[in-house]
Design a protein around this ligand. Structure first.
Ligand code: AHR
Length: 659
């Protein structure tokens, strides 16, 4: 061989070597196992981006109680969302009244004087960006009506009957379904109900209520629900959205926030007692995201939903202080409930526990039973505070609440808070305070770049196991322009392998935010986007789903050779006996792996692999169109040792039966 040939061969083998990525070894060792939290993967629901009203809560009428206010949005008022209609020669007047409310929590109603009925005088509501109806589906209409008089308005008497026609109409006024109800004397609030069946599908229908005789009538709490709510619950949840959440198989659900809990000033703190009981008696209010929350999806509906989807409730109450960003400040707006009011506030917190778990003969347990749930809800955890600024005011109030819960309900585990970021002053002070009080669990939050998640895979490896456990209550990888890319989802998946590895100290984790109505986004990225007719899971949604469906209660030591942007974890699920291996490749190139399973005897032919990947790291799941990335399941041949090539930008979950 001459020198030229030798040089050529050398170059070719060098090129071949560099073209083929190095095989990475992944070793799972069943002899080095430790118990981990079986409840690691859950969800966090907050009413932002119209997640509740106009979202998960199935109410189709917007501003049903005439309680919108200019403090929520400058152009809003009690008649926002409503249009006064006078049909076919009808004539009358509409105004808002607060002299005869259904109850003090619901002060406004609409008063309509029908001077001449014509083809009808009344109100039309276009819902939240249109009322979506489906041909053949039934809708439950209800209204609180109080007939003030009947007649022509000049010579009228408050006796008799006033018929109301209730219609679903197209935007142009074509009738899609109709029913009638009748208001009648005596002049007291009465709930009238009817069922309407839609004759056609229309994503943009209207609800129209027309008085068909002259008179004066007060209307309030005008409501329309699809009969087909999730599990058919009354005052229920939108079936497709609730199902998408149920399909995540969350182990727990945190609710109702987020910043919404501690609110925009102490008068805006979320008060759970305002959210239970008959909906017309609940106290809606502005939410911190600057729109109205009807609290129709309140604590009862939340606990019921948890039960329906098999998730543990993890409610959060404010720590006696408001959001530090209250009144459009940044970090300086924390307000504290006065010491004089703290005993009552603490009692509210204790009452929540009694409401959830108390016997039916306790005063709050009786209210739960009266609402339709005599059995206790089985509350075990209670969050106190959200990302609060660590001030003396906060510390004093948190301690009072914490000690009252410990004294009266030692069976409840309190989850504390350590500020809004993964490091910094509030984080450090928060941990110091939690250490001092021995708070059992603390809630850490972080919204960071995908690279941050890769850089922090060892964050919990050295956490002191003698201190508080961790709830990663809010996290998301935020890619450029806050897009929900495959890159971000894969970074989250890699991070979740590190949470599994540290599942002895990290007890819970929930990606955030959960829901986003595409037309009212307050925050990006999100797990599930939706509009009135469609539900669009992001790629991160599938990471959560795969993690939850493939969680375990024992971590098996998983060692990875020198691999660059690559992470792996393995767990065993004692319920099924299955062994689950998660492999996350964050590189733009495929990664050849040599996997060894030490101390594990697998059952031949039992393994499947589920792969989540897409064309490149930048892809996002579009609204409406086919997803750019979603999990694909197929069988895989495995043995004590086997090879597998992890696709570029991918999460692979290998699940196998083992002895
Ligand atoms: O998830 C959105 C917001 O992010 C939450 O309300 C708050 O807790 C966090 O800062």
């Amino acid at each position: 061989m001459n020198q030229v040939k030798i040089a050529l061969l050398f170059t070719i083998s060098l090129l071949t070597l560099t073209a083929h990525a190095q095989t990475v070894s992944v070793t799972v060792d069943a002899n080095a196992a430790k118990p981990i939290s079986p409840d690691l993967f859950g969800i966090f629901f907050e009413d932002l981006s119209y997640a509740a009203d106009g979202g998960l809560y199935a109410e189709l009428v917007q501003n049903r109680s005439f309680e919108y206010q200019a403090t929520e949005q400058p152009s809003w008022g009690p008649l926002t969302g409503w249009e006064f209609v006078q049909r076919g020669g009808g004539a009358g007047d509409l105004w808002v009244d607060s002299s005869c409310p259904i109850c003090a929590n619901n002060p406004h109603c609409a008063l309509i004087r029908i001077r001449k009925a014509g083809a009808g005088v009344g109100l039309s509501n276009a819902g939240f960006d249109g009322i979506p109806v489906k041909a053949g589906e039934k809708y439950n209409f209800s209204v609180f009506a109080r007939m003030l008089n009947v007649g022509d308005g000049r010579n009228s008497t408050p006796v008799g009957k006033l018929p109301l026609s209730v219609r679903l109409e197209t935007k142009q006024g074509a009738v899609l379904g109709e029913a009638s109800v009748e208001a009648s004397s005596p002049s007291v609030w009465k709930k009238l109900t009817a069922t309407i069946t839609a004759s056609q599908t229309d994503p943009d229908a209207r609800l129209v209520v027309l008085a068909k005789a002259s008179g004066l009538i007060a209307l309030d709490e005008i409501s329309l629900f699809p009969q087909a709510t999730f599990k058919g619950r009354k005052n229920g949840l939108r079936a497709d959205l609730a199902q998408a959440i149920a399909d995540l198989h969350p182990k727990f659900m945190r609710f109702p926030g987020g910043c919404l809990v501690h609110g925009d000033g102490i008068n805006n703190i979320y008060r759970w007692k305002d959210t239970i009981g008959p909906v017309e008696q609940r106290k809606g209010q502005a939410n911190i995201w600057r729109y109205h929350q009807s609290v129709g999806l309140g604590f009862y509906e939340y606990f019921q939903f948890c039960e329906d989807i098999g998730a543990m409730p993890l409610p959060v109450v404010a720590a006696g202080v408001s959001c530090q960003n209250s009144t459009r400040t940044y970090g300086t707006g924390q307000q504290c409930i006065s010491m004089a009011d703290m005993p009552a506030y603490i009692q509210d917190v204790l009452d929540l526990i009694e409401w959830a778990n108390g016997p039916t003969n306790s005063s709050w347990g009786a209210k739960r039973a009266a609402a339709g749930h005599p059995a206790p809800f089985g509350l075990k955890y209670l969050g106190v505070g959200n990302e609060d600024k660590q001030t003396d005011g906060f510390r004093e109030r948190f301690q009072m609440i914490y000690e009252a819960i410990k004294a009266k309900h030692p069976e409840i585990t309190v989850v504390g808070t350590v500020g809004p970021a993964p490091s910094g002053e509030d984080f450090d002070l928060g941990w110091k305070f939690a250490d001092k009080l021995h708070v059992p669990v603390v809630d850490e939050h972080y919204y960071e770049s995908p690279q941050w998640f890769w850089n922090n895979l060892h964050r919990y490896d050295n956490y002191d196991r003698a201190k508080s456990k961790v709830y990663v209550g809010e996290y998301a990888a935020r890619d450029a322009r806050s897009r929900s890319t495959l890159r971000a989802a894969i970074a989250e998946a890699a991070y979740l392998t590190s949470l599994e590895r540290n599942g002895d100290v990290v007890q819970f984790a929930s990606d955030a935010p959960l829901l986003c109505n595409e037309r009212h986004a307050n925050w990006r990225p999100d797990l599930i986007c939706f509009n009135n007719t469609g539900v669009f899971p992001t790629i991160s949604y599938y990471v959560q789903q795969l993690s939850s469906l493939n969680s375990g209660d024992t971590y098996l030591r998983t060692t990875v050779g020198d691999a660059g942007k690559f992470a792996a974890s393995s767990v065993r699920d004692s319920k099924t006996g299955d062994l689950i291996l998660k492999l996350v490749n964050g590189a733009d190139k495929a990664k050849p792996l040599h996997i060894e399973l030490n101390g594990i005897t697998t059952l031949p032919g039992s393994a499947t692999k589920t792969v989540l990947t897409g064309a490149n790291a930048d892809v996002v799941n579009p609204d409406g169109g086919p997803p750019a990335a979603k999990p694909e399941v197929s069988p895989i041949e495995i043995g004590r040792a086997f090879d597998y090539e992890a696709p570029p930008n991918s999460l692979t979950v290998i699940r196998m039966k083992s002895k």
